[in-house]
Design a protein around this ligand. Structure first.
Ligand SMILES: Cc1cc2nc3c(=O)[nH]c(=O)nc-3n(C[C@H](O)[C@H](O)[C@H](O)COP(=O)(O)OP(=O)(O)OC[C@H]3O[C@@H](n4cnc5c(N)ncnc54)[C@H](O)[C@@H]3O)c2cc1C
Length: 376
């Protein structure tokens, strides 16, 4: 009897899990479920804005992956999983499984504030990047507020600045952060580097400040300052999908589920990527492409071993480092324990992006657009 394996989510973790599982051949029947029809290359979303990257090059049809790798694709949203009865419920059907890998990533967290959600932009997928690009181009606002001083907020603020600067549009851009500093967990030198770069670009930074209200025209801050005719981009945190939040398991405040050393929640349910909370050397791993991919490969390998009756292997993360990309090419980061800044840091970021892009057409398209639209 073929083993039925369901992979929820076709981002980095889902693609690599499906690829590995399909390589096991006829003994398994792999079904991938995703609410979108495309695999979206998230790390380059800000570059759609700053470097005029065609969003089409960042999206890869899952139906093509399905044909190439040999899995069934269901283009529906997962609403709930029943771990006791091994069932996944989607918008239009329910499916049974022998093994499940949850790879549904994370999404912008509006912390239940529906008014802000309705009036702010977010950057979760390729479509969102195109929407922000178009709105900036309409040039119909006075102030741009970006909230959330983590990697994504910093990237978006610099991307918007470069976009407007190229088109000679003058706007005030403000990065708003609730904590006492931006890039909270990062080393001091990196924070100083990023703050200086933002200031040199003319981006104002407000720390110890939160967005209190956004009614579609006016954005009000906890400092009692308010901005009329404002555009707001919300990058103040992420959370896991609703169905993950509903699973009865130990989770962190973002809803990432704590897994064991084999990436299991239970014997036949594995979790990989942004929605897995993986403890390593007394700290939990950050959300990043490299961890998503290797967790997925490790979880898939363990399913194959389990089917073959072999013992499971522990997931051993290797941290190659990270870059905070900034659109004027003054990026900074730490790769293999070494400080990298400026152009070389930006170049390393794009090398990773091109290497990890899916499909030759997308890789070549990204290279072409990068060469044409590099930061000016
Ligand atoms: C703007 C931005 C820039 C980033 N830059 C970097 C970077 O430079 N370097 C880096 O390492 N990381 C970066 N990241 C983080 C990185 O993209 C994530 O860590 C990575 O994408 C996680 O992979 P994943 O497979 O877990 O989730 P994702 O890639 O988010 O994929 C999850 C998939 O699950 C699907 N899904 C979600 N909910 C459901 C549901 N209910 N039903 C069906 N399908 C569902 C989604 O549609 C999606 O296709 C960035 C992220 C963003 C947003």
């Amino acid at each position: 009897m073929k083993k039925k394996i369901i992979v929820i989510g076709c981002g980095f973790a889902g693609v690599f899990a499906a690829k590995k599982l399909c390589s096991f051949g006829k003994a398994v029947e792999v079904t991938v479920i995703d609410k979108k029809g495309t695999f979206d290359f998230l790390p380059m979303l800000p570059d759609v804005i700053s470097r005029d990257i065609d969003p089409g090059y960042l999206a890869y049809p899952i139906s093509e992956l399905s044909r190439g790798l040999g899995f069934d694709f269901i283009n529906e949203e997962v609403r709930s999983v029943d771990l006791e009865n091994n069932t996944v419920s989607c918008s239009q059907r329910s499916l049974g499984y022998d093994y499940l890998i949850i790879c549904s990533g994370s999404q912008t967290n509006f912390y239940g504030n529906n008014e802000i959600q309705a009036n702010a932009y977010k950057l979760d997928d390729v479509k969102d990047a195109g929407v922000i690009y178009k709105r900036l181009g309409r040039d119909d606002f006075d102030t741009l507020l970006v909230t959330g001083g983590g990697y994504t907020g910093v990237e978006i603020a610099t991307a918007a600045k470069v976009y407007l600067r190229k088109r000679l549009i003058k706007k005030r851009i403000i990065l708003v952060e609730r904590a006492p500093s931006i890039l909270g967990q990062l080393p001091e030198w990196m924070k100083r580097y990023a703050v200086k770069n933002l200031k040199d670009l003319g981006i104002d930074i407000l720390v110890n400040t939160a967005i209190e209200k956004a009614d579609g025209d006016t954005v009000s801050l906890s400092s009692k300052e308010s901005f009329g005719n404002a555009m707001l981009i919300w990058a103040a945190g992420v959370r896991t999908a609703d169905f993950v939040q509903k699973i009865n398991a130990e989770k962190n405040p973002q809803g990432r589920i704590k897994v064991d050393e084999f990436l299991r929640l239970r014997d036949n349910c594995f979790i990989a990527g942004d929605c897995a909370n993986v403890l390593h050397k007394k700290a939990f791993l950050r959300m990043a492409v490299q961890f998503s991919i290797y967790q997925a490969l490790s979880a898939a390998e363990n399913i194959i071993r389990n089917i073959k009756g072999k013992g499971l292997l522990k997931y051993k993360p290797i941290d190659l480092g990270f870059i905070v990309p900034m659109a004027n090419n003054n990026s900074c980061g730490n790769i293999l324990g070494m400080k990298v800044t400026g152009g070389p840091a930006t170049l390393l970021h794009f090398c990773m992006c091109i290497y990890r892009s899916l499909g030759l057409k997308n890789k070549l398209g990204v290279i072409k657009d990068l060469l044409q639209g590099g930061a000016k």
